[in-house]
Structure formats: structure tokens, C-alpha cells
Design a protein around this ligand. Structure first.
Ligand code: DNO
Length: 357
């Protein structure tokens, strides 16, 4: 594995590359062109510029999170062709710069969904949290307003105000899209992009739906082992792989996280490792990465990644807001740095205990 850190780019992120460079064992950056709307072509000069900026800081780009998918592709409307063509050209441009891992998601309308961005934990840290009750009581059009006040002034990934201003319209466009249709549209998209992925050896890593069930009646398909196996088989190419995100699949306690990882040998191209604390089945909050702070056995998750020979980028995922940091919720420096150090510690221990017998 390679330890990496998500960074939104200068002007968008409160965290600096030179700070990331000082996290022990961290060599890779996961980034994006944050201001380019889904569906638009990425300019080669911008790709080159961000690559050079990262390299000047003594790091390198290990992958993109995300090249977002335009809603027309997910809906399967006739104008999808132009957006798929743009996507293919963007992949080609990334491939030409030697960037060969791309994370994306296929969630309708909303990306990840949380009902609170700053729930206070007993230690005084604040974290993102979810209660089904709050979602059930909410009009989806108000979803954005309900979290807007807690973003610390940052634009949250997947929650771009311009796009979400059209929520009602988007819901209308998705009205005939059920799980089957969404699978079909995903298959169509993947079949169209696989040739360029093969040409440049680009590993596509679909991010799970978070939470791993339908919200507001929208279809959600990347939620469990059965569905990801279906997705792998429907376009059976090693470039069609997954981002294994413990915090997203783990929202459903029926998902056996280490078991899922083991079933995906060779197809996990990116790993997001974080912990959740369940207060009940319908109420969870994000915890520190350490197993004992939450509900997951982080050792077993990292061990499963080690056992399948995972050699792709791994990153600590959402961190708590601690030590008075003001940053994008989930994406401050401090707690994610602690997470990286912890995952590195687990990995070293697993590696040494396996190789030394
Ligand atoms: C949230 C992230 C997601 C993820 C996208 C991938 O913090 O894990 O926004 O980046 O779903 O496209």
C-alpha cells in the first residue's frame, strides 16, 4: 500500500502540501480539479500544473478523487454521449500525465449524506453524524440548507450549492431510474470507458454509496457484497474496480467489511479507512480511526487489505475536528494525520508479524 492524503488544491483546502509532507510515511496525494463541474473536460494545462505543484512539495499524485459523473450519465438520457466523450478525453489526459487511479461514484443527486456536520463527542471533538430520523423528517430540497451553516465556510465535495439549487429538477429527472436502470447505465458507462482505461492502465475505483441504502427514495446500488460482485462481473475487466471505503459500507452493520475486502482481491484499487461509532442501528457518528473509539475492528480491516496483497493508495478518511482546527468538516489536518500514523502502525505490525512468523 501507499499512504496518501486527500487534498483539494490550493485555494480550496486549509491544509498545505508542506504540512502533509511532514506526516510520517506519507508520499501520495489524492486530489482533483475541484472547481470543474461534473461533465466538463479537464484542461491538460491544469492537470499538469497541479501535478507540478504536488511534485514541487516532494509528493506525487497517486490518484484522482473524483472525476465526477454527470447526472445525465447516471440517468441514461440521450445527452449522456457528450459527457461520456468528455470523460474519456479527461481520462486520456490524466493517463498521459501518468495518473492512473480514478475514484468516482454513481450516487444519484446527492453524494454522501450526513445529517450533522459538527456533533460534539464526549472528548469535545466534533464529527459528522447521521440519524435516519432526521433524514425521514427532512424535505430533500432542504437537505443542503440544513447543513449549510456547519461547513466552516467550505464547499463540501458533492454538495456544490450551484448543483443542489436544482434538487427538485434533479429528482424529477431520476423518477424513472430504479436500481436496475442505474446498473444498466453504469454498465453502459463502464463499457464505453474501458478501452481508454486499458490503453493507459487506468484503474477505475467506484466509491460506495454512503450511507449504504436508499435515501429519499433514490436508487442506490453500490451498497453490499452481492451488488459489487454483480458490478465486477457485468464488466469483467481488472480496470473496473472499487474504492473500498470502510466508513461507507460500514454504515450497514450487516456488511462484513473484512469479508468483503477478501472477496475483492485484485479489484480494490483504492482504500478509504475510517471508523464509525454506532449509537443504534439508525444513528451513527464518525469516530477516531482507533478501533476502541468506534464500532469497527480496524485491525481486521487493515489485515484483510494486507492479506489480499493490496498495493494501491490508502488514505485515512474523515477525521474529527480537534485542537480548535477550522477546516472542511471531516477534512482537517490533525485527526487525519493521527489516522495515517495509526494505519501505518497497524500495517507495520501486520507485515512484521506475517513475515517473521
Ligand atoms: C466524502 C467522500 C466522497 C467521495 C466520492 C467519490 O467524504 O468520501 O465524497 O469522494 O463519493 O466520488
Amino acid at each position: 500500500m501507499e499512504m496518501t492524503f486527500r487534498w483539494y488544491g490550493t485555494g480550496f483546502d486549509t491544509v498545505k502540501l508542506k504540512q502533509i509532507r511532514q506526516i510520517p510515511g506519507l508520499t501520495g496525494i489524492i486530489t482533483t480539479l475541484y472547481d470543474i463541474p461534473a461533465g466538463e473536460l479537464w484542461p491538460s494545462e491544469r492537470i499538469r500544473a497541479i501535478k507540478e505543484e504536488v511534485e514541487a512539495a516532494g509528493l506525487h499524485i497517486s490518484g484522482i478523487e473524483s472525476v465526477n459523473i454527470h447526472d445525465s450519465i447516471k440517468i441514461g438520457s440521450p445527452d449522456r454521449e457528450q459527457y461520456i466523450d468528455n470523460y474519456i478525453e479527461t481520462l486520456k489526459r490524466l493517463g498521459e500525465e501518468g495518473i492512473t487511479m480514478v475514484c468516482y461514484n454513481f450516487m444519484p443527486v446527492f453524494d454522501w449524506t450526513r445529517t450533522e456536520l459538527a456533533r460534539v463527542r464526549p472528548d469535545g471533538s466534533t464529527v459528522l453524524a447521521y440519524t435516519q430520523k432526521a433524514v425521514d423528517a427532512l424535505d430533500p430540497e432542504k437537505m443542503f440548507d440544513s447543513i449549510a451553516g456547519d461547513t466552516n465556510g467550505m464547499v463540501m465535495p458533492g454538495w456544490e450549492p450551484e448543483r443542489l439549487a436544482h434538487v427538485k429538477e434533479l429528482f424529477e429527472r431520476y423518477k424513472d431510474v430504479d436500481d436496475e436502470k442505474l446498473f444498466e447505465n453504469l454498465k453502459y458507462f463502464l463499457e464505453r470507458i474501458m478501452p481508454v482505461c486499458n490503453q493507459y492502465d487506468i484503474k477505475m475505483a467506484i466509491h460506495p454509496d454512503d450511507p449504504a441504502w436508499s435515501v429519499f427514495g433514490l436508487p442506490r446500488i453500490i451498497i453490499n457484497q452481492e451488488n459489487i460482485q454483480r458490478m465486477m462481473k457485468m464488466v469483467d475487466d481488472p480496470h473496473n474496480g472499487v474504492t473500498f471505503c470502510s466508513g461507507s459500507y460500514g454504515t450497514n452493520p450487516d456488511n462484513d467489511l473484512p469479508g468483503m475486502i477478501r472477496s475483492l482481491k485484485g479489484r480494490v484499487h483504492f482504500a478509504h479507512v475510517r471508523n464509525l461509532k454506532f449509537n443504534s442501528r439508525d444513528d451513527f457518528e464518525e469516530a477516531a480511526h482507533l478501533s476502541s473509539d468506534g464500532s469497527f475492528d480496524m485491525y481486521e480491516i487493515v489485515k484483510a487489505l494486507y492479506d489480499i496483497g493490496f498495493d494501491g493508495p490508502i488514505r485515512p478518511d474523515h477525521g474529527r475536528m480537534i485542537w480548535d482546527e477550522v477546516a472542511m468538516p471531516g477534512y482537517g489536518l490533525y485527526d487525519r494525520a493521527l489516522g495515517a500514523a495509526y494505519i501505518n502502525g497497524l500495517w507495520e505490525a501486520i507485515e512484521k508479524s506475517s513475515t517473521r512468523g
